[in-house]
Structures are given as C-alpha cells and as structure tokens.
Design a protein around this ligand. Structure first.
Ligand code: ZN
Length: 235
C-alpha cells in the first residue's frame, strides 16, 4: 500500500508542466502506481483549462498565430508531463514490467542498457541520461538486506520506490511511495530481506556520506557517476 504521496505543490506544478524534467519524471512514476494522485492531477488540469477559458481574448500582432503554431510543432516545446507520457517502450524483460514508462523510455526498454557503477557489495547506481538537466537523476539498486552508507542531504532528494522496499529510522517505504528528504536530514536506508530494492532518485545536490571510508571514496564516486552520465547523454 502506498503511504507517501507528492504534496500539492508537486502535483500543481506537474499539472501545469512547471516542474524540472527530473522531478516531473518522479511525479509521473508515482502517478503510474497511485490512482488517487492521478485523479487529483486530472482535476488540477481541468481547473487550469477552465481558468484559461475565462481569460478574455486580447488583440495580437499579425503573424503571431503562425509563430505560436511553429513553436508548438518544435519537439522541445512539448509540455514536460505530456512528453513523458507520449511514448511507451515495452520492457524487453518480462521481469521489468514494474518500470514506469519514463524510465523505460530513458533506459531504452531495460535497466540492463544503463551504465552501472558498483559501490560496495550492496549498492549500484545508474545515472539516467536527461540532457540539459542539472538535477542528478539515477536508478538505485540495493541488494536484498543491503544497507546504504549513512549519508546527509545537502539539498532536496526525491525517491520513488519502483520495486521492493526499504526502511530507515523514520519508517518503511514500499512500491510507489514518493519520499522527500530535505537538506540537513541524515538517514541510512536498508533494503528488506525478501527482494532487491529498485528506486528512482532525484537529487538537488550530491549527498554527503558520514563514514570516513565513504568520504575518502566520494570524489571517485562523483567522477564515476558523471562519466557514466556524460557517456549516456552523448549516445
Ligand atoms: Zn499518490
């Protein structure tokens, strides 16, 4: 059962296509699991459409309509939410049917196509290739029963649970949950014993590991992730 949902700020900005691509992807992933938030977003879109229809028409310069139509036909001008929902790529592996459409699209149908960096025995991370996005967006794969290093957040972090579950001192999170952590918060997620935990993670700034060993390794970890992201975005 889903216990953690995006707050109204996320849903309103998603409905009006005002979220950065990476955060829109996290909300879109949650919506695939959560009928309640899907209905809420639909209502927000209807209210937005109604408000727009109430705005009186204004006189426009000659040629403005043609300019607007040419802008709409440019692929990059498509609203974020719509562009994420537009194309569906079927999962190549039957085991990956749990993946949201946006993740399937960016991984070309399978997580196996992503570039993975292994950190210790329990954790591997694959950056997602979102061109021009400054927020770090990745897939985390934590082995069943595995524990991530304790870390402190230096900015907002959104985690959407795609498969399995993990727990930390504040609670247990399951498939579909949308978990937000803020700057200054510290935690140490541990995957439950029964299955590997796959998460979509969007970070405003890289996290700061607490243990001395991970602090020593941090520059290497950041270098490795940036190299993988550069390679994925270029291909
Ligand atoms: Zn929800």
């Amino acid at each position: 059962m889903i216990s953690y949902h995006p707050d109204s700020r996320f849903l309103t900005d998603f409905a009006s296509a005002n979220l950065p691509m990476a955060q829109a992807m996290c909300v879109s992933a949650h919506l695939e699991f959560c009928g309640k938030c899907r209905a809420h977003v639909q209502q927000l879109k209807e209210v937005g459409g109604h408000l727009l229809s109430q705005i009186p028409p204004v006189a426009v310069e000659a040629g403005s309509f043609e300019q607007l139509m040419s802008k709409i036909s440019e692929p990059q001008s498509a609203p974020v939410a719509s562009s994420l929902e537009a194309r569906t790529i079927a999962p190549k592996s039957a085991k990956e049917t749990y993946l949201p459409r946006s993740v399937r699209r960016l991984s070309n149908g399978s997580l196996q196509n992503l570039g993975w960096a292994q950190f210790g025995k329990a954790l591997r991370i694959a950056p997602l290739p979102i061109a021009g996005e400054t927020l770090e967006t990745s897939i985390y794969d934590i082995k069943a029963g595995g524990q991530m290093p304790e870390h402190e957040h230096r900015g907002e972090e959104i985690t959407v649970l795609l498969k399995g579950s993990f727990s930390d001192a504040d609670g247990t999170y399951s498939r579909g949950d949308f978990v937000v952590r803020n700057a200054g918060e510290t935690h140490q997620p541990t995957a439950t014993q029964d299955t590997d935990c796959i998460c979509l993670v969007c970070l405003e700034r890289p996290v700061r590991p607490r243990g001395w060993l991970y602090r020593l390794l941090e520059p290497y970890m950041q270098y490795r992730l940036h190299s993988l992201k550069r390679a994925a975005t270029a291909s």
